[in-house]
Write a protein that binds this ligand. Sequence first.
Ligand code: NI
Length: 142
Amino acid sequence: MPEPIVLLTRRATFAAAHRLYDPSLDDAANERLFGKCTNPRGHGHNYVLEVTVRGEVPAGSGMLINLVDLKQFMERCVLEHVDHKHLNEDVPFLAGLNPTVEALAVAFWRQLEGALPAGRLYEVRLEETENNWAVYRGEVSA
Ligand code: NI
């Protein structure tokens, strides 16, 4: 018998600094491309991370995933590494990455994917400001 498929989301917030910068361009070109977001000493955001898992709801526990476990996965895989850090300089798994919100969403997905039960991770949504966010669902180009 078909079982209902449910999406379940946990939200967390963190604060971090970053600088948008493409090392293959000179400073003037970086400024044209990124404007004040490439200011040399960086700037900060209050990020909102939402992680969504997908699957059937088991009859007994009624829990697609234990939300305490999901919270801990998010802390261990992402938040402990990035909260109150400079994303360009302090985070080994972001080394060499230009930390745009969309690049961060993919990097956070990769951190979480191996830790969560196989096949459960559905979406990583990362909000940089109330007007800007990125969503990654594990898709890759053909
Ligand atoms: Ni920024």
